[in-house]
Design a protein. Sequence first.
Length: 447
Amino acid sequence: MSPEPHAIELAGAAEQARRVDAGEVTPAEVVSASLARIRQLDHRLNAFRTVRAEAALAEAEDPPAGPLRGVPVAIKDDTDVAGELTCYGTASERRAEADAPVVARLRAAGAIVIGKTNVPELDSWGFTESMTFGATRNPWDLSRTPGGSSGGSAVAVATGMCGVAHGTDGTGSLRNPAAWCGVLGFKPGRGVVPGPAALSGWHGMVVNGPIARRAVDAAAFMDAVAEGPFEPTPPGGLRIAMTLKPPPGMGGKLDEERHRAVCQAADALRSLGHSIEERDPPLPRSVSLAIDARYFGGIADDVSLLPHSERLESRTRSVARLGRTLSPALKIADRIEDDASRALDEALDGCDLMLFPGSVQGPHPIGRFNDRGAIVTGYLDTSAVAFQPLWNLVGRPAAMVPWDLDGEGLPTAVQFGGRAGAERLLLSLIAQLESHRGAAPTPEMLD
């Protein structure tokens, strides 16, 4: 693990806000540092669809007091920022008349919206590439994807282009990029962050959440947008269930180094006084059907809400057709969700949280899915995040935690999940692990 960074652009949201509050730095200086980092790096990374340089500096003159005062925040480009286009990875020309509720709360907490980050078309994929805005690149290896659909937000956090970033998570959409970019991705439970998420919300699977450098940064974001407090506190000895078994039908084979990360995390937790019990949830075999019905059906809903849907990429239109074909399965998705929730409750009986793998493999090369059809792309894409969509289906909190680097110098990660309402406990355990292990590594391009 590398030492904690001290440059203001790499300090993270909580430390940036503390320095502003203490008068050590002004909000304008923090924003200027982030803008300088964007100018230095983003022509190589393509994290941002648009940068609000002039507006952000003006807003930094006197931001409101709050847990994010003076902190530059990136907003995923599936969410409205007043006066800006919401492109959703498409050639949309719709300009937002008002901030989305999550953005309004961030501003009220003193955050400065520095720009909007790139997504794949309609948030459809686990890689951030679109015909309209091109490919977003992973700062650990520019030939690789950062993941998706919150890929631009993850890159912005990993490289210090913002203090914390907004993402949305429908099937791992903020956790997968966090895993592949070496940062923290925090998915709250359903309804914890009030207001809509993305466009249609994929039948309740999509939530708003933070991508951050540390647990305290994610907590500051959550304090701004939800009913807190979320500040981490030292946890007592916890009982933690652990599984290495992917949910039925999700495909994917856990590679050796990401398997090792989970085992190392279990050892670290034991050394901190927690107990680990291996338990595989007895999930229904139909769990992937419910996930696919809501995922693909949600994309079909999104397509129906857009004007000129004929201008979308052919693969997106194919996904929408698949979603309409799967629509009968939506009638049984609620029952499957209930069965999956009971299975998780059984595995968590007597335990506080669950430990399981992050992404099952490293990031794909950019362009891997060029000229692939919707079904092949959907299967291979989903198999890389096999352990993530379950937590969207059941609407419970889950977090992706950076762990180490693999033999190719790419990040590995582990994941934690809990019952409804476990957000603060998750953040507290993550903060304890961070204190035990030190700061996560940063990409070589930042050295």
